[in-house]
Design a protein around this ligand. Structure first.
Ligand SMILES: Nc1ncnc2c1ncn2[C@@H]1O[C@H](COP(=O)(O)OP(=O)(O)OP(=O)(O)O)[C@@H](O)[C@H]1O
Ligand SMILES: [Mg+2]
Length: 348
Protein backbone atom coordinates (compact mmCIF):
# COMPACT_ATOMS: atom_id res chain seq x y z
CA UNK A 1 0.00 0.00 0.00
CA UNK A 2 2.82 2.40 0.90
CA UNK A 3 4.60 1.58 -2.37
CA UNK A 4 1.45 2.07 -4.45
CA UNK A 5 0.51 5.35 -2.73
CA UNK A 6 3.98 6.84 -3.01
CA UNK A 7 4.29 5.91 -6.68
CA UNK A 8 0.84 7.30 -7.45
CA UNK A 9 1.67 10.54 -5.62
CA UNK A 10 5.26 10.68 -6.81
CA UNK A 11 5.12 14.40 -7.64
CA UNK A 12 4.09 15.35 -4.10
CA UNK A 13 6.71 13.01 -2.63
CA UNK A 14 9.48 14.48 -4.82
CA UNK A 15 8.30 18.06 -4.27
CA UNK A 16 8.53 17.53 -0.49
CA UNK A 17 11.85 15.60 -0.90
CA UNK A 18 10.41 12.77 1.16
CA UNK A 19 11.61 9.84 -0.97
CA UNK A 20 13.79 8.49 1.84
CA UNK A 21 10.96 8.67 4.36
CA UNK A 22 8.75 6.42 2.22
CA UNK A 23 11.64 4.09 1.37
CA UNK A 24 12.36 3.76 5.13
CA UNK A 25 8.70 3.08 5.93
CA UNK A 26 8.52 0.49 3.18
CA UNK A 27 11.76 -1.15 4.31
CA UNK A 28 10.54 -1.25 7.94
CA UNK A 29 7.29 -2.94 6.91
CA UNK A 30 8.99 -5.42 4.59
CA UNK A 31 11.65 -5.94 7.29
CA UNK A 32 9.05 -7.23 9.78
CA UNK A 33 7.72 -9.72 7.26
CA UNK A 34 11.27 -10.71 6.34
CA UNK A 35 12.16 -11.29 10.01
CA UNK A 36 9.09 -13.46 10.60
CA UNK A 37 9.71 -15.42 7.39
CA UNK A 38 13.41 -15.94 8.18
CA UNK A 39 12.59 -17.35 11.63
CA UNK A 40 10.10 -19.73 10.09
CA UNK A 41 12.55 -20.70 7.35
CA UNK A 42 15.32 -21.49 9.87
CA UNK A 43 13.07 -23.85 11.84
CA UNK A 44 11.84 -25.42 8.63
CA UNK A 45 15.43 -25.83 7.36
CA UNK A 46 16.64 -27.55 10.54
CA UNK A 47 13.66 -29.93 10.60
CA UNK A 48 14.09 -30.76 6.93
CA UNK A 49 17.82 -31.40 7.47
CA UNK A 50 17.12 -33.76 10.40
CA UNK A 51 14.45 -35.56 8.39
CA UNK A 52 16.74 -36.08 5.40
CA UNK A 53 19.84 -37.08 7.39
CA UNK A 54 17.89 -39.49 9.63
CA UNK A 55 17.48 -41.76 6.64
CA UNK A 56 21.26 -42.05 6.17
CA UNK A 57 21.79 -42.90 9.86
CA UNK A 58 18.96 -45.42 10.06
CA UNK A 59 19.66 -47.17 6.76
CA UNK A 60 23.00 -48.82 7.74
CA UNK A 61 21.43 -50.08 11.01
CA UNK A 62 18.43 -51.51 9.13
CA UNK A 63 20.68 -53.12 6.48
CA UNK A 64 22.93 -54.56 9.19
CA UNK A 65 19.96 -56.01 11.15
CA UNK A 66 18.36 -57.39 7.96
CA UNK A 67 21.62 -59.05 6.91
CA UNK A 68 21.90 -60.61 10.34
CA UNK A 69 18.32 -61.94 10.21
CA UNK A 70 18.86 -63.38 6.71
CA UNK A 71 22.14 -65.06 7.70
CA UNK A 72 20.38 -66.58 10.75
CA UNK A 73 17.57 -67.84 8.45
CA UNK A 74 15.04 -65.86 10.44
CA UNK A 75 14.06 -63.85 7.34
CA UNK A 76 14.00 -64.91 3.71
CA UNK A 77 15.34 -62.61 1.00
CA UNK A 78 11.94 -62.16 -0.79
CA UNK A 79 10.29 -60.81 2.35
CA UNK A 80 13.25 -58.49 2.90
CA UNK A 81 12.98 -57.03 -0.62
CA UNK A 82 9.21 -56.58 -0.22
CA UNK A 83 9.66 -54.85 3.12
CA UNK A 84 12.36 -52.58 1.64
CA UNK A 85 10.09 -51.56 -1.27
CA UNK A 86 7.21 -50.99 1.14
CA UNK A 87 9.29 -48.78 3.44
CA UNK A 88 10.62 -46.82 0.47
CA UNK A 89 7.11 -46.09 -0.86
CA UNK A 90 5.82 -45.25 2.61
CA UNK A 91 8.64 -42.82 3.36
CA UNK A 92 8.14 -41.01 0.04
CA UNK A 93 4.41 -40.76 0.72
CA UNK A 94 4.96 -39.41 4.25
CA UNK A 95 7.52 -36.92 2.99
CA UNK A 96 5.05 -35.63 0.36
CA UNK A 97 2.30 -35.31 2.98
CA UNK A 98 4.69 -33.47 5.26
CA UNK A 99 5.49 -30.96 2.51
CA UNK A 100 1.86 -30.52 1.45
CA UNK A 101 0.09 -30.24 4.81
CA UNK A 102 1.23 -26.68 5.72
CA UNK A 103 0.32 -25.50 2.21
CA UNK A 104 -3.13 -27.09 2.58
CA UNK A 105 -3.67 -25.07 5.77
CA UNK A 106 -2.58 -21.84 4.05
CA UNK A 107 -4.78 -22.55 1.02
CA UNK A 108 -7.75 -23.22 3.26
CA UNK A 109 -7.27 -19.89 5.08
CA UNK A 110 -6.96 -17.96 1.78
CA UNK A 111 -9.98 -19.76 0.27
CA UNK A 112 -11.99 -18.99 3.41
CA UNK A 113 -11.22 -15.21 3.19
CA UNK A 114 -11.85 -15.21 -0.54
CA UNK A 115 -15.24 -16.95 -0.38
CA UNK A 116 -16.31 -14.72 2.53
CA UNK A 117 -15.50 -11.69 0.36
CA UNK A 118 -17.21 -13.19 -2.70
CA UNK A 119 -20.46 -13.97 -0.90
CA UNK A 120 -20.56 -10.86 1.29
CA UNK A 121 -23.89 -9.13 0.75
CA UNK A 122 -23.43 -5.35 0.31
CA UNK A 123 -25.85 -3.17 2.28
CA UNK A 124 -26.64 -1.28 -0.91
CA UNK A 125 -26.87 -3.64 -3.86
CA UNK A 126 -26.63 -2.68 -7.54
CA UNK A 127 -28.40 -5.87 -8.60
CA UNK A 128 -31.82 -5.33 -7.11
CA UNK A 129 -34.76 -5.62 -9.46
CA UNK A 130 -37.02 -3.16 -7.68
CA UNK A 131 -39.03 -0.64 -9.68
CA UNK A 132 -39.68 -0.36 -13.37
CA UNK A 133 -36.34 -0.21 -15.21
CA UNK A 134 -37.50 2.22 -17.88
CA UNK A 135 -39.32 5.15 -16.31
CA UNK A 136 -38.38 6.07 -12.77
CA UNK A 137 -40.08 9.33 -11.83
CA UNK A 138 -37.41 11.87 -11.03
CA UNK A 139 -39.68 14.63 -9.95
CA UNK A 140 -39.17 15.61 -7.16
CA UNK A 141 -35.99 14.71 -5.25
CA UNK A 142 -37.11 15.27 -1.69
CA UNK A 143 -35.23 15.24 1.62
CA UNK A 144 -37.72 14.96 4.51
CA UNK A 145 -36.10 15.63 7.92
CA UNK A 146 -33.06 13.65 6.83
CA UNK A 147 -30.45 12.87 9.50
CA UNK A 148 -27.20 11.23 8.52
CA UNK A 149 -24.04 10.01 10.24
CA UNK A 150 -21.26 8.14 8.43
CA UNK A 151 -21.09 4.43 9.46
CA UNK A 152 -17.47 4.89 10.59
CA UNK A 153 -18.45 7.82 12.90
CA UNK A 154 -22.00 6.97 13.99
CA UNK A 155 -22.04 9.52 16.82
CA UNK A 156 -21.34 12.56 14.63
CA UNK A 157 -24.48 13.78 12.87
CA UNK A 158 -23.40 15.36 9.57
CA UNK A 159 -26.97 16.19 8.50
CA UNK A 160 -29.59 17.04 11.09
CA UNK A 161 -33.23 17.15 9.90
CA UNK A 162 -32.46 18.42 6.40
CA UNK A 163 -35.46 19.39 4.26
CA UNK A 164 -34.88 20.03 0.56
CA UNK A 165 -37.01 19.70 -2.57
CA UNK A 166 -35.72 19.69 -6.14
CA UNK A 167 -38.15 19.60 -9.07
CA UNK A 168 -37.46 18.83 -12.74
CA UNK A 169 -35.77 21.72 -14.54
CA UNK A 170 -34.70 23.42 -11.31
CA UNK A 171 -31.08 24.36 -10.64
CA UNK A 172 -30.12 24.86 -7.05
CA UNK A 173 -26.85 25.62 -5.31
CA UNK A 174 -25.72 24.37 -1.92
CA UNK A 175 -23.47 26.79 -0.09
CA UNK A 176 -21.90 26.39 3.33
CA UNK A 177 -18.74 26.18 5.39
CA UNK A 178 -16.19 23.44 4.75
CA UNK A 179 -17.25 20.18 6.39
CA UNK A 180 -20.91 21.16 6.83
CA UNK A 181 -22.10 18.22 4.70
CA UNK A 182 -22.51 19.59 1.13
CA UNK A 183 -20.78 16.67 -0.62
CA UNK A 184 -22.64 14.31 1.73
CA UNK A 185 -25.98 15.52 0.29
CA UNK A 186 -24.78 14.55 -3.20
CA UNK A 187 -23.54 11.14 -1.92
CA UNK A 188 -26.98 10.45 -0.46
CA UNK A 189 -28.70 11.29 -3.76
CA UNK A 190 -26.32 8.87 -5.52
CA UNK A 191 -27.17 6.42 -2.73
CA UNK A 192 -23.58 5.70 -1.77
CA UNK A 193 -25.08 5.61 1.75
CA UNK A 194 -28.57 5.19 3.19
CA UNK A 195 -30.00 7.91 5.41
CA UNK A 196 -29.79 7.31 9.16
CA UNK A 197 -33.19 8.86 9.89
CA UNK A 198 -35.92 10.68 7.95
CA UNK A 199 -36.69 9.95 4.30
CA UNK A 200 -35.09 10.60 0.94
CA UNK A 201 -37.67 10.25 -1.82
CA UNK A 202 -37.29 10.14 -5.58
CA UNK A 203 -40.53 10.79 -7.45
CA UNK A 204 -42.56 10.12 -4.31
CA UNK A 205 -40.85 6.75 -3.66
CA UNK A 206 -38.31 5.98 -0.99
CA UNK A 207 -34.89 5.87 -2.69
CA UNK A 208 -34.42 2.31 -1.32
CA UNK A 209 -37.32 1.17 -3.57
CA UNK A 210 -35.87 2.65 -6.75
CA UNK A 211 -33.77 0.53 -9.12
CA UNK A 212 -30.29 1.75 -8.31
CA UNK A 213 -28.45 0.81 -11.51
CA UNK A 214 -30.98 2.58 -13.70
CA UNK A 215 -31.31 5.55 -11.34
CA UNK A 216 -27.55 6.17 -11.31
CA UNK A 217 -27.42 5.94 -15.10
CA UNK A 218 -29.66 9.03 -15.17
CA UNK A 219 -27.26 11.06 -13.03
CA UNK A 220 -24.16 12.91 -14.21
CA UNK A 221 -21.59 13.70 -11.52
CA UNK A 222 -18.73 16.18 -11.67
CA UNK A 223 -16.54 16.07 -8.57
CA UNK A 224 -14.11 18.38 -6.79
CA UNK A 225 -11.16 16.43 -8.23
CA UNK A 226 -11.57 15.07 -11.78
CA UNK A 227 -10.75 11.37 -11.90
CA UNK A 228 -9.28 10.17 -15.18
CA UNK A 229 -7.84 6.82 -16.19
CA UNK A 230 -4.70 6.16 -18.19
CA UNK A 231 -6.66 5.72 -21.39
CA UNK A 232 -7.33 7.75 -24.52
CA UNK A 233 -9.40 10.96 -24.39
CA UNK A 234 -12.14 9.17 -26.33
CA UNK A 235 -12.32 6.33 -23.78
CA UNK A 236 -12.14 8.71 -20.82
CA UNK A 237 -15.21 10.54 -22.12
CA UNK A 238 -16.92 7.40 -23.43
CA UNK A 239 -16.78 5.22 -20.33
CA UNK A 240 -19.38 7.52 -18.74
CA UNK A 241 -21.79 5.52 -20.83
CA UNK A 242 -22.32 2.01 -22.12
CA UNK A 243 -19.58 2.02 -24.80
CA UNK A 244 -21.79 0.00 -27.18
CA UNK A 245 -24.54 2.56 -27.07
CA UNK A 246 -22.60 5.74 -27.92
CA UNK A 247 -21.00 6.88 -31.12
CA UNK A 248 -17.98 9.05 -31.84
CA UNK A 249 -20.32 11.93 -32.68
CA UNK A 250 -21.89 11.66 -29.16
CA UNK A 251 -18.39 11.97 -27.70
CA UNK A 252 -17.57 14.98 -29.88
CA UNK A 253 -20.91 16.65 -29.01
CA UNK A 254 -20.15 16.23 -25.28
CA UNK A 255 -16.62 17.59 -25.82
CA UNK A 256 -18.00 20.65 -27.64
CA UNK A 257 -20.43 21.38 -24.78
CA UNK A 258 -17.61 20.91 -22.25
CA UNK A 259 -15.42 23.34 -24.19
CA UNK A 260 -12.61 20.81 -24.75
CA UNK A 261 -13.14 19.86 -28.42
CA UNK A 262 -10.94 22.61 -29.88
CA UNK A 263 -8.10 21.65 -27.50
CA UNK A 264 -8.37 17.95 -28.50
CA UNK A 265 -8.20 18.93 -32.16
CA UNK A 266 -4.83 20.60 -31.61
CA UNK A 267 -3.32 17.32 -30.36
CA UNK A 268 -1.48 15.22 -32.98
CA UNK A 269 -3.41 12.08 -32.02
CA UNK A 270 -6.68 13.89 -31.30
CA UNK A 271 -9.18 11.77 -29.38
CA UNK A 272 -6.70 8.84 -29.31
CA UNK A 273 -4.22 10.80 -27.15
CA UNK A 274 -3.41 9.02 -23.88
CA UNK A 275 -3.91 11.27 -20.83
CA UNK A 276 -1.32 9.54 -18.57
CA UNK A 277 -1.72 8.21 -15.04
CA UNK A 278 -4.58 10.15 -13.37
CA UNK A 279 -4.52 12.49 -16.38
CA UNK A 280 -1.02 13.73 -15.53
CA UNK A 281 -0.23 14.62 -19.17
CA UNK A 282 -2.91 17.32 -19.43
CA UNK A 283 -3.62 20.42 -17.34
CA UNK A 284 -6.01 20.63 -14.37
CA UNK A 285 -8.53 22.71 -16.36
CA UNK A 286 -8.42 20.27 -19.28
CA UNK A 287 -8.92 17.35 -16.88
CA UNK A 288 -11.98 19.04 -15.39
CA UNK A 289 -13.44 19.77 -18.83
CA UNK A 290 -12.95 16.10 -19.80
CA UNK A 291 -14.77 15.14 -16.59
CA UNK A 292 -17.64 17.46 -17.59
CA UNK A 293 -17.79 15.86 -21.05
CA UNK A 294 -17.88 12.40 -19.44
CA UNK A 295 -20.68 13.45 -17.06
CA UNK A 296 -22.91 14.68 -19.88
CA UNK A 297 -22.10 12.22 -22.68
CA UNK A 298 -25.04 10.04 -21.64
CA UNK A 299 -27.39 13.02 -21.52
CA UNK A 300 -28.19 12.63 -17.82
CA UNK A 301 -31.44 14.06 -16.48
CA UNK A 302 -29.87 15.18 -13.21
CA UNK A 303 -26.47 16.83 -12.97
CA UNK A 304 -24.61 16.88 -9.65
CA UNK A 305 -21.63 19.23 -9.48
CA UNK A 306 -19.41 19.37 -6.43
CA UNK A 307 -17.33 22.57 -6.45
CA UNK A 308 -16.03 21.77 -9.94
CA UNK A 309 -13.98 24.97 -10.19
CA UNK A 310 -12.45 24.98 -6.72
CA UNK A 311 -8.94 24.01 -7.81
CA UNK A 312 -8.58 26.33 -10.80
CA UNK A 313 -7.17 29.74 -11.59
CA UNK A 314 -9.45 32.63 -12.66
CA UNK A 315 -9.09 32.14 -16.41
CA UNK A 316 -9.70 28.38 -16.25
CA UNK A 317 -12.53 28.96 -13.82
CA UNK A 318 -14.30 31.19 -16.35
CA UNK A 319 -13.87 28.58 -19.12
CA UNK A 320 -15.19 25.80 -16.87
CA UNK A 321 -18.10 27.92 -15.68
CA UNK A 322 -19.11 28.53 -19.31
CA UNK A 323 -18.86 24.77 -19.93
CA UNK A 324 -20.89 23.99 -16.83
CA UNK A 325 -23.57 26.52 -17.64
CA UNK A 326 -23.84 25.03 -21.11
CA UNK A 327 -23.93 21.48 -19.67
CA UNK A 328 -26.64 22.36 -17.13
CA UNK A 329 -28.96 23.94 -19.70
CA UNK A 330 -32.35 22.18 -19.86
CA UNK A 331 -31.35 19.89 -17.00
CA UNK A 332 -32.12 19.53 -13.35
CA UNK A 333 -28.97 20.31 -11.43
CA UNK A 334 -27.50 20.68 -7.97
CA UNK A 335 -24.25 22.55 -7.60
CA UNK A 336 -22.10 22.76 -4.53
CA UNK A 337 -20.58 26.23 -4.96
CA UNK A 338 -18.65 28.97 -3.24
CA UNK A 339 -20.93 31.69 -1.92
CA UNK A 340 -19.80 34.11 -4.68
CA UNK A 341 -20.94 31.71 -7.43
CA UNK A 342 -24.20 30.59 -5.84
CA UNK A 343 -26.36 32.97 -7.88
CA UNK A 344 -24.42 32.11 -11.05
CA UNK A 345 -25.51 28.48 -10.93
CA UNK A 346 -29.07 28.79 -9.66
CA UNK A 347 -32.17 29.30 -11.72
CA UNK A 348 -34.29 30.53 -8.83
N1 LIG B 1 -16.34 8.77 4.38
C1 LIG B 1 -16.46 9.49 5.51
N2 LIG B 1 -16.43 8.87 6.71
C2 LIG B 1 -16.57 9.58 7.86
N3 LIG B 1 -16.75 10.92 7.90
C3 LIG B 1 -16.78 11.59 6.73
C4 LIG B 1 -16.63 10.91 5.48
N4 LIG B 1 -16.71 11.82 4.48
C5 LIG B 1 -16.88 13.01 5.09
N5 LIG B 1 -16.93 12.87 6.43
C6 LIG B 1 -17.14 13.94 7.41
O1 LIG B 1 -18.46 14.46 7.24
C7 LIG B 1 -18.46 15.87 7.33
C8 LIG B 1 -19.09 16.47 6.08
O2 LIG B 1 -18.24 16.16 4.99
P1 LIG B 1 -18.53 16.71 3.50
O3 LIG B 1 -17.52 16.10 2.62
O4 LIG B 1 -19.95 16.51 3.16
O5 LIG B 1 -18.23 18.26 3.72
P2 LIG B 1 -18.33 19.45 2.66
O6 LIG B 1 -19.40 20.40 3.14
O7 LIG B 1 -18.49 18.92 1.27
O8 LIG B 1 -16.91 20.14 2.84
P3 LIG B 1 -15.96 20.83 1.73
O9 LIG B 1 -16.58 22.14 1.37
O10 LIG B 1 -14.66 21.01 2.45
O11 LIG B 1 -15.84 19.91 0.55
C9 LIG B 1 -17.02 16.30 7.58
O12 LIG B 1 -16.88 16.59 8.94
C10 LIG B 1 -16.19 15.10 7.16
O13 LIG B 1 -15.04 14.99 7.98
MG1 LIG C 1 -17.12 18.68 -0.37
Amino acid sequence: MIAIESIQNIRTVVQLSRQNLFVDRYTALVGNTKKATLKHMHVHGVLHGVEMSLMFFVMPVVVFCAAKLVSNHQLDIDTLLMAAAYVSFLSRFLSAVNLTLPKLGQSYAVAHHFTRLMYRKPLISMNDTTENQQHPQFDPVEFNSVCFAYPTRPKIMVLNKLNLTLRTGQSIAIVGTSGCGKSTVLSLIERFYDVTDGQLQIGGKDIRDVNLRHFRSLIGYIGQEPVLFNMSIRDNIGYGCDLNSITMSDIIDAAIIANIHSFVQTLPQGYDTLVGLHGSQISGGERQRLAIARAIVCKPQLLLMDEPTSALDDENEQIIQDALQHAAENRTSITVAHRKYATFYTSE
